[in-house]
Design a protein. Structure first.
Length: 76
């Protein structure tokens, strides 16, 4: 079955895979929620939400420092 990914499905995935400890997944969830609310937001509100999310993504760059091998290394 091919289900359309929505914020609820993504939240269930994050919960089931212990993704709550993975900030990049939480950012994806925020993005999905913004996308779902887009038609109800003014252009200014939408731009502000995306700008805020982008800044958090940029800040996430520091998250990887020192744990690159652990996060991106070969887990086979």
């Amino acid at each position: 079955m091919n289900q359309k990914l929505n914020s609820q499905n993504l939240a269930h995935y994050i919960e089931a895979t212990n993704g709550i400890t993975k900030p990049w997944l939480l950012l994806q969830l925020r993005l999905k929620k913004i996308q779902e609310k887009r038609e109800y937001l003014s252009p200014e509100e939408y731009e502000a939400a995306i700008t805020d999310l982008h800044q958090d993504l940029v800040n996430l760059g520091e998250f990887w420092v020192g744990i690159e091998d652990e996060v991106f290394g070969d887990h086979a």
